[in-house]
Structures are given as C-alpha cells and as structure tokens.
Design a protein. Structure first.
Length: 503
C-alpha cells in the first residue's frame, strides 16, 4: 500500500472531470474544452509521478491498492502496475492530450458530451491496465464499450449506427465467453485475485476450455482474423478522436488480456495451441496487408494496416512457447515478448498519428477518398513531411519506432522457426507497398486536384499535435532502451511463469 493512492487517482480523476465538463453545459463549449484539456494534462502529469515512484530494478507489481470490495464473493478493489502496465498507462495519458487538442474545433455539436465521453474512456482504460482482480478487470474491460459506443454513434459518419451496432455486438459477444471463463475460475479457485489465479493448478482440460474462452474475447478486441471485420467499419465511421483512441489504445486491451490471462493462467494450453495463434497472426500479417492494398478509402487502409501490425504483437507473445519450453532459449523468448510490447506502444503512436493526419485532411475536404487528393507536397509542405515520416514508421523504417518492435519479433521468430520469420518479414514488403502507394497518390501526385489545391495550411494547434507524435515516434526509434529497461524485469518474470507447467 502506498500513502498516495496514485493508481486510483489516475483512474477516477478523468471520470470526475467528466462530471464537471457535463455541468459546463452545451452553451459554453469553450469551458468544456479547456476543462477537458486541463484534466488530461493533470492526468498525464500524475502518470509521470507514477513512473518516478515505480522502482524499475525489482520489477513485479508495485504501488498496489487492495481494499475489500464484495466480501461475499471474495473479490477486492485491487490495483497494481508492473513495467508493462506503466508503459501502457503513459501511452494512454499522453495520447489523450493529443486527442483532445486535435478535436478542439472539429467537434461543434454537443461538445461537452463528447469531451466527457473522452475523459470517461481515458479513466476506464487506465483502470484496465492496473486492475489486479479479474472481476474488476472485466468491469473495466466491458465499460470501455459504453463511451466508445456513444462516440461513434453520435459523432460518427453517415453509417454510424451500423458501425456502432457491429462494434458492440462483436465485442459484447466475445466478452460473454470471457465472463463464463471468469465464473468457472471463481468456482474452482474461490477467488478473483489474478495473482492467485496465476498459480492455481488448473488441469489441462480446464486450461483448454479457459484458453478458448479468453481467446474469443481478446481476439475480438485485438482484433485477430477472422473476427476483425468490425474494426474497419468502426474506424471509417468514428470521428477522428475516436479513431485515434481506438487504434492507439483500445486495440491494446486485447493483447494486454493475453498477457494477464492467457499466458500466466493457462500456460500449458497456451503452449499446446500456440500454433493456432501463430498461424492466425501470420494470416493477419500477410492477408490483411493485401486487403489494405486495394482500399480506396485512406481510413480503411490504415485500419487494415492496424490489424496487420497487431499480428506482430500476438506473434511475439506466443512464439515464446516455442522458444522457452521447447528450445529453452529464455533470452530470445524474452526478446519476443519485449518486441510485442514495444510494438504495442509503437503502434499506438504511429496509428494515432496516421489517423490524426487523415482527420486534418478530412476537416478540409470532407472526404477520405484517396483519389480526391494529390500533390499535397506543393500545397501543405510541412503536413506532407509529417505524412511521410509517419508512413515510413508504418513500414518499419530503421530510426522510427515501427522498426524496433517488428525487428525484435522477427528476430525471436527466426530462432524458433526460420519459415515463420520469413513470412513475418514478407509483410514488411506488403506494408511498404500499400503505405508508399498511399503516400505517392496523396503527397507526390503530379498536380493537386482543384479542391486540394485550395486546402489551408496547418494551423498551430495541428502542428503541435503532429509534432508531439513525431517526437514520440523518433525518440522511441532512435533510443528505445528506456522503454525496454522499464519492462525488463516484468517480461523476465512473465517468461519464467510461462515456463512453469501446471500439470
């Protein structure tokens, strides 16, 4: 226990801020904007305080808060963070500031409600990343659907109702199986405490059923093939801020679930079915890349690109079983898991930046069709420079954050099986194909269209948002050691746990 409940403050401060923003009312949108920005900045500052309080060397879960919650079912309000959680929380608080700044003048109707939904979503996402009670995790896991449901359904595009219902049905369907798994674990172990569940000796049959209950829920959230079809529709219809939060942070909830549930609770079943996750990951990496290649809508293209990049995350997480147990290559197994987490953080910055760029263009021409643009290097040279930078990061260019995680995952995959590494590396060619072709048509067209030629240049607010993303992408690409050092001990402990059979 800490004297200052920093994790509770981080979780509930944005939610408290949402109440004040709602009280500001629709008649004073400027008050709602400034209040929201203030709360996101304060939350980010507190996340940096959390980082200073976290001791990197010992690793493990720290800053824990454990209060009795529902004694009758032996569940508690239990929060804690390790190096992986800390990195994801900082990603959440940093990105939230940029999302609010990016939507400053874009959202013109029901501003206070939009800003309040963003604050609630930020708080719930932080709760997901620090929950150490399975039931508490589930409540946060489900609750994030509510603000995103409204963000897409109210401020989305023409087909927002369809996209919202599809998003909700897919994710809620997966969560039903997750809940069944949680109830079974409680029936067997008598507790929802995650650390107790990690060490509980489930049989192989039990682990197999639990593995698939987790897989369905987390595969939808990630999203993995074949339950990925909700994501492009949700991205296309969501407002820019919703797309940024969805790609940068919400997709990480699924892979974070694998880290907290599938790998440590059912390690034997995860090893037995690792081949399935690896195959699905490779399908996502290669097949979805080809799907992205033919998209005429730039938002859909980047959405499919996100699915392919998240395939690297699931590949890195499950390749550990081929390395740690079968080959006893502990260091390379840790490299794979580290690469997966680095890819999660990198994808948050890169995809968030790409969707922000698309939002900047959409605000001017109100179309996402690639054919409507061309030659923006002549019209908006600074904006074109940002586009090229983030596109290069999306292809995995060395020196950008996109290179680090993918290289680590491919390197660990090569140690396990060179063919897996070959298929994973092949995706870099496909990614370069659809990303560079997108840039060629938008930035380097021979002449801008009549409408594109009259597009106003970047304003100061947009420039600052894109600069912040650019600094994050370059800093992580040039010097990734602080992030890797932050989670070294946590990854080592996770891999050690994975190596320990329960049967």
């Amino acid at each position: 226990m800490t004297t200052l409940p920093i994790l509770s403050i981080l979780t509930w401060l944005p939610c408290a801020g949402a109440i004040l923003v709602l009280l500001a009312g629709n008649a004073r949108p400027h008050v709602a904007r400034w209040l929201t920005l203030a709360f996101t900045v304060i939350t980010f500052a507190l996340s940096l305080v959390m980082l200073t309080q976290y001791r990197i060397g010992p690793g493990g879960f720290q800053l824990q808060e454990n209060l009795r919650w529902i004694p009758g079912i032996n569940t508690s309000y239990h929060l804690g963070v390790d190096g992986i959680s800390v990195a994801l929380i900082i990603l959440t608080t940093f990105t939230s500031i940029l999302v609010i700044a990016g939507a400053w003048q874009v959202i013109k109707t029901h501003v206070h409600q939009y800003m309040a939904a963003m604050l609630v979503l930020e708080g719930l996402l932080i709760g997901v990343f620090c929950a150490m009670d399975a039931l508490l995790f589930y409540l946060f896991f489900e609750a994030i659907l509510i603000p995103m449901f409204f963000l897409i359904g109210i401020w989305g595009g023409p087909r927002r109702v369809y996209a919202t219902l599809k998003f909700f049905i897919y994710t809620f369907f997966g969560s039903i199986f997750f809940l069944i798994g949680l109830l079974y674990m409680y029936h067997r172990a008598g507790t929802f405490d995650l650390q107790t569940l990690w060490n509980f000796p489930f049989t192989m049959k039990e682990q197999s059923w639990l593995f698939f209950s987790f897989l369905i829920a987390f595969a939808v959230k990630t999203p993995m093939v074949p339950v990925h079809t909700w994501l492009p529709d949700a991205h296309v219809e969501a407002p820019t801020g919703g797309s940024v939060i969805l790609a940068a942070i919400m997709l990480k909830v699924g892979t974070y679930g694998f880290i907290r549930f599938s790998l440590p609770i059912v390690p034997d079943a995860s090893q037995h079915f690792a081949w399935l996750i690896i195959v699905l990951s490779l399908i996502a990496i290669i097949y979805i890349g080809y799907v992205a290649l033919v998209q005429p809508d730039m938002k859909k293209l980047v959405a499919y690109s996100s699915i392919a990049h998240m395939g690297f995350v699931t590949l890195g997480l499950f390749i550990v079983y081929m390395l740690a147990r079968q080959m006893h290559d502990i260091q390379t197994a840790q490299l794979g898991v580290q690469g997966a987490v680095v890819q999660m953080i990198s994808h948050g910055f890169v995809s968030g930046a790409l969707f922000t760029c698309i939002g900047v263009m959409y605000d001017r021409l109100h179309t996402r069709e690639i054919a409507a643009y061309g030659g923006l290097a002549k019209v908006m040279p600074w904006f074109a420079a940002f586009w090229v930078l983030f596109a290069m990061a999306n292809t995995g260019l060395p020196g950008t954050s996109g290179f680090v995680g993918e290289f680590m995952v491919i390197l660990s995959s090569f140690s396990a099986n060179p063919w897996i590494a070959l298929f994973a590396a092949y995706s870099l060619i496909i990614g370069a194909g659809y990303t560079l072709w997108l840039i060629k048509r938008i930035v380097w067209g021979t002449a801008p269209t009549k409408e594109a030629a009259s597009m106003p240049k970047l304003n100061a607010r947009e420039a600052w948002v894109l600069t912040a993303f650019a600094v994050a992408v370059l800093a992580m690409g040039i010097y990734p050691w602080p992030l890797m050092h932050l989670m070294d001990s946590s990854v080592a402990q996770l891999v050690t746990h994975v190596m320990t059979s329960k049967i």
